[in-house]
Design a protein around this ligand. Structure first.
Ligand code: F6R
Length: 253
């Protein structure tokens, strides 16, 4: 794992965005894996700016990690709507090249198999953007998820329901289920970038980076991935035992 500690979330987001923009510039048919939530918002703004500055996204394909199960695509809290509003509507992506799990899929197992097949048909994910939940989840792979899991229907933990209640009128309205890429699916991406900001993530970040690989901290599976970069602000990095080493190593020519 390559650990980049920045003074601010802004700086970290811009660094991550620059890597993505460079990949799209070099290979216009780059396949991006995308996350929702508050963490990647600044990164998405930077990609929109890159588009306004001339970067072409017309051949890029995107696959989102997850979607609440039971929410229609136009529901104000659906992840499809989030992506349209915060990224897709502002780039020249072809709508048919943007993929978000269908929260209303009737045959969920068939849908999930097809989602995986579409990722394969696109040539696999080149860069997977990830946030981390305060319980260590990536996508909606909650603690105890199999490290070999594939796209499937999952049940959210009470922690995630309460963390995400801020976006809904009340915790009761937060769906209890989601369709999520599995940890095995995520690990097949050629490059993963996990971003994490704020002191409420410090414990999960430490467990993911410096704890043992365990299904109880799903993000720790990234330790097995050959090309993962973690972008942190100071607050999220606060509990890391080896943070001075990560800084030193990042500064080494
Ligand atoms: C969302 C996702 C989740 C979030 C995580 C952090 O698509 O995959 O794993 O990345 O819950 O959420 P925020 O960024 O809101 O703290």
């Amino acid at each position: 794992m390559n650990i980049i500690i920045c003074e601010t979330a802004e700086e970290a987001s811009l660094k991550a965005a620059a890597l993505i923009a460079n990949a799209v510039r070099t290979r216009p048919e780059t396949v991006l894996g995308l996350a929702t939530g508050s963490t990647p918002l600044r990164l998405y703004q930077a990609l929109i700016q890159a588009y306004r500055d001339g970067l072409d996204f017309s051949r890029v394909q995107t696959f989102n990690l997850d979607e609440y199960y039971g929410l229609a695509p136009d529901h104000p809290q659906s992840y499809r709507r989030f992506m349209n509003e915060h990224l897709f509507n502002h780039l020249n992506l072809k709508p048919e090249n943007t993929h978000v799990p269908d929260g209303l899929a009737r045959d969920v197992a068939a849908f999930c198999t097809e989602y995986e097949a579409k990722i394969q048909a696109a040539g696999g994910i080149d860069i997977q953007v990830l946030g981390i939940g305060s319980d260590g989840h990536i996508g909606f792979n909650e603690p105890s998820s199999s490290l070999a899991s594939r796209t499937r229907l999952v049940t959210l933990t009470q922690q995630t329901v309460s963390d995400n209640a801020r976006f809904f009128a009340s915790a009761d309205e937060v769906p209890r289920h989601a369709i999520s890429m599995g940890i095995g699916t995520i690990l097949e991406a050629k490059c993963c970038m996990m971003l994490s900001f704020g002191s409420n993530k410090a414990k999960a970040v430490r467990a993911a980076i410096e704890g043992g690989i365990s299904q109880f901290t799903p993000a720790s599976a990234l330790q097995m991935h050959p090309n993962t970069t973690v972008f942190l602000d100071e607050a999220a990095a606060a509990d890391l035992e080896m943070k001075e080493y990560y800084r030193w190593s990042a500064a080494c020519p």
